[in-house]
Structure formats: structure tokens, C-alpha cells
Design a protein around this ligand. Structure first.
Ligand SMILES: Nc1ncnc2c1ncn2[C@@H]1O[C@H](COP(=O)(O)OP(=O)(O)OP(=O)(O)O)[C@@H](O)[C@H]1O
Ligand SMILES: [Mg+2]
Length: 375
């Protein structure tokens, strides 16, 4: 029988739970043409949430364009991906694609060809020199198409922070913002993982995307909801788990979406019919073993003060890390040094800094660290 728990892919139908309030809020933004920016640590469920809302909202009149920026390395690739996604999503038939391209990208004169899989693929190529001069034409493509067809368009850009790796990121951001801010029929949803980079892009006053839209800091799915979800998923597959054990699964991984699903899956594999305490213990060991290599590597790459800082966190100290007795106890140097350590660990994505509180970003790394690195 197939496991009822899903992880490693975005979930939107099977395996999707809760997020009722987030769905309502994002949907309202989409319908009211308010740009949204979604920020959260890795694997909490940003992509899944956007996919879910996109599926619920799209109609003949409302088109949703989805672009993943993970593999886009430079500005030229971005324009190609952007133009082809917009054309593909807004024109139903293949022969319309070429027409749309010709009609709306007059100065650029792109070559559009149908790729190997005719249902899916569209290949656009253009001369970079003419794009450099006329990039506005591409950035305004969705607005033009929306006006011509009498529709509205929502453009979703996943892993948006990746544009920071382009050659001239500041210039590129200015280009995007200065065109997009005039759009009346197109709404943008920008989201991405590396929390410190996303925050930098949207919260800093000096940045082009400052106040571009509503910032949604995605929260974790609640414990009560996880317990309900876990017990129901076991029941669907004719196995059973007590609420207490379901609670233990969620609390072990601190309600982190991906890990709740992964640990539940491992418990499900272990369990015959009824989940036992032993099933849970073995599943946790298994989970940590799977990630051990990665955690070892991350740990080896720490400086001694960084390592000591994590030891303090693992001891449960999450506030006042720059107080004198903590600095002395964990040999963290000076309070200026503590700031430096924190910054480096945030950049390495090992910790996150909330309001007055510092935590491990990855709950499994924390578990592993406590088990293996504490003397
Ligand atoms: N609403 C949800 N209900 C149940 N599980 C979820 C939900 N959202 C996310 N998950 C679980 O978390 C995993 C990661 O979700 P998703 O890829 O959407 O997160 P993300 O924040 O976009 O991650 P990344 O930072 O890697 O881009 C999914 O594979 C799934 O197992
Ligand atoms: Mg994602």
C-alpha cells in the first residue's frame, strides 16, 4: 500500500492540509490585484500554498503564470523564461503562441518554435542586443496581453531571491520594479526561501522592491492540525496512531512541514497496524541517520566560536546570548563577536533570528546536534 505522506514535492491536493487563513488571504490579494511577497524558512510550504491558491483561482478570465527562478542564471534567461511562460499560459492553442509572440514583441522579433513535446514546450530565442534595448517590451508583455484579451494575470515567481546572483542585480531589480509598478491587470506573487535574502530585498528601504506589496511571513501549521492530519492519514490506510504519538511526531520536528511528513512516513513504514513507541524511536533514528552526512559536513565547516554558539542554543539558551555569563561560559569572545557569529550562521542558513530569539533553522539538525555534539 502506498504511503499517505508526501514530501520532497510541492503538495496541493493530496497531502495538503490546513493553511485556511493563508489561502483566504492570498486569494483576496490575487483578486484585489495586491502584490504579495511570501517569506519563510526552507520547506515550510510556500510553493505548495501558491500552487494550491493558483489552482483554485484560475479561470478563463484569470490566468496564473508560474515561473521557478531556481535554474535561471542571468537576465537573458529570465526574459526567455518570462516571455515563454506568459505566452504559454495565456494562449490556448499552439499556433496562437507564435502569433502572440509576433504581435506583442514587435521590436524584439523573437524566434518561437515548438519544442520536442508539443503539448508542453515552447522555445523562444532572441537576439540579446535587441532585448537589451527593448527589455521593457518583455516586462510589459503580460499587461499588454491581459488588456488585449480582457483577462487578468497573476505572475508567480518562485525562488525570487535567486536574482541576487545575476550580474547586476540592483540594476535588474530597478528595471523590473519600474515597469511592473504600472501594471493594472497583472498582479505579482514573489516568494523564496533564503529568508535573509528575501528580507533584504523587500524590507530594506534602499532596495528597488521596498513596499512593492504585502509581505506575508508564512507561519508553521499548528500542532492541533498536524495531530488531526497524521491520525487521519494513518486511518485512511487502515493503520492507527494515537493522538499522543501523533503529537510526538510533530513536536520532535517542531511542526516543520517537510519533516512532519517525512517522519510520519517513516513511522508509517515501521508500523504494522498500530503504532508503537518503538516505531517512533526507530523512525527518529532513521531520520537522523539519513541526514547525518550533511550535518557532519555543516558542523565541520563551523569555526570554534560558531560551534560554541550552537552548543549554547542546543542547551536551550535562545535569548540574551551576548550577556557576560553566557559569553564566558561558551567562550564566545566579545558581544561584538556574538553579533558576527550570528550573522555568519544566519547566512549559512543554520539559525534564524526571530523577535528577541535565536533558534536552529533545521529542527533535525538541532536534534542531531544535541544527540551527537553535546558532551
Ligand atoms: N499545507 C501543507 N500540508 C501538508 N504538508 C505540507 C504543506 N505545505 C508543505 N508541506 C510539506 O512540506 C514540504 C515542502 O513544501 P514546499 O516545497 O511547498 O515548501 P517551500 O517553503 O516552498 O520549500 P523551499 O523552501 O524548499 O522552496 C512538502 O513536500 C510537504 O511535504
Ligand atoms: Mg519552494
Amino acid at each position: 500500500m502506498q504511503s499517505p505522506f508526501l514530501f520532497g514535492k510541492t503538495v496541493s491536493v493530496n497531502g495538503f492540509t490546513n493553511r485556511t487563513q493563508d489561502i483566504i488571504r492570498l486569494k483576496a490579494n490575487f483578486l484585489n490585484k495586491i502584490n504579495s511577497i511570501i517569506i519563510s524558512p526552507r520547506r515550510w510550504g510556500k510553493s505548495s500554498l501558491v500552487k494550491k491558491v493558483a489552482e483554485e483561482i484560475k479561470t478563463r478570465q484569470v490566468k496564473v503564470v508560474m515561473i521557478d527562478m531556481l535554474r535561471i542564471r542571468n537576465e537573458e534567461d529570465f526574459y526567455k523564461a518570462y516571455a515563454s511562460a506568459v505566452i504559454k499560459t495565456t494562449s490556448g492553442k499552439i499556433n496562437e503562441w507564435v502569433e502572440t509572440g509576433k504581435q506583442f514583441l514587435k521590436n524584439i522579433a523573437p524566434k518561437i518554435s515548438i519544442g520536442t513535446d508539443p503539448m508542453q514546450d515552447i522555445e523562444i530565442s532572441f537576439d540579446w542586443k535587441s532585448v537589451e534595448k527593448n527589455y521593457r517590451e518583455i516586462l510589459n508583455l503580460p499587461e499588454k496581453i491581459a488588456a488585449a484579451k480582457g483577462i487578468s494575470i497573476i505572475v508567480c515567481l518562485d525562488e525570487f531571491q535567486n536574482l541576487a546572483t545575476f550580474k547586476e542585480p540592483e540594476l535588474f531589480q530597478k528595471r523590473l520594479r519600474s515597469e511592473w509598478q504600472h501594471h493594472q491587470l497583472v498582479t505579482y506573487c514573489l516568494y523564496g526561501s533564503q529568508q535573509h535574502m528575501m528580507t533584504e530585498l523587500f524590507v530594506k528601504q534602499s532596495k528597488a522592491f521596498y513596499k512593492f506589496g504585502e509581505i506575508i511571513y508564512l507561519q508553521k501549521i499548528s500542532r492541533t492540525n498536524w495531530i488531526k492530519y497524521i491520525t487521519e492519514q494513518f486511518a485512511i490506510t487502515k493503520k492507527s496512531i494515537t493522538e499522543q504519538f501523533a503529537n510526538e511526531i510533530a513536536s520532535t520536528v517542531k511542526d516543520h512541514s517537510y519533516y512532519v511528513q517525512q517522519l510520519s512516513h517513516l513511522v508509517w513504514l515501521q508500523a504494522e497496524k498500530k503504532v508503537t513507541k518503538n516505531n517512533i524511536t526507530e523512525a527518529i533514528d532513521n531520520l537522523l541517520e539519513q541526514n547525518a552526512m550533511l550535518y557532519m559536513r555543516d558542523t565541520e565547516n563551523l569555526t570554534t566560536p560558531q560551534f560554541n554558539f550552537l552548543k549554547a542554543l542546543a542547551d536551550g539558551i535562545t535569548t540574551q546570548l551576548s550577556s557576560k555569563n553566557i559569553i564566558d561560559k561558551y567562550q564566545l569572545g566579545t558581544s561584538a563577536n556574538v553579533l558576527k557569529i550570528k550573522k555568519a550562521l544566519v547566512q549559512k542558513e543554520l539559525i534564524e533570528e526571530g523577535v528577541g530569539k535565536v533558534e536552529f533553522l533545521d529542527p533535525c539538525y538541532e536534534l542531531w546536534f544535541i544527540k551527537n555534539m553535546q558532551v
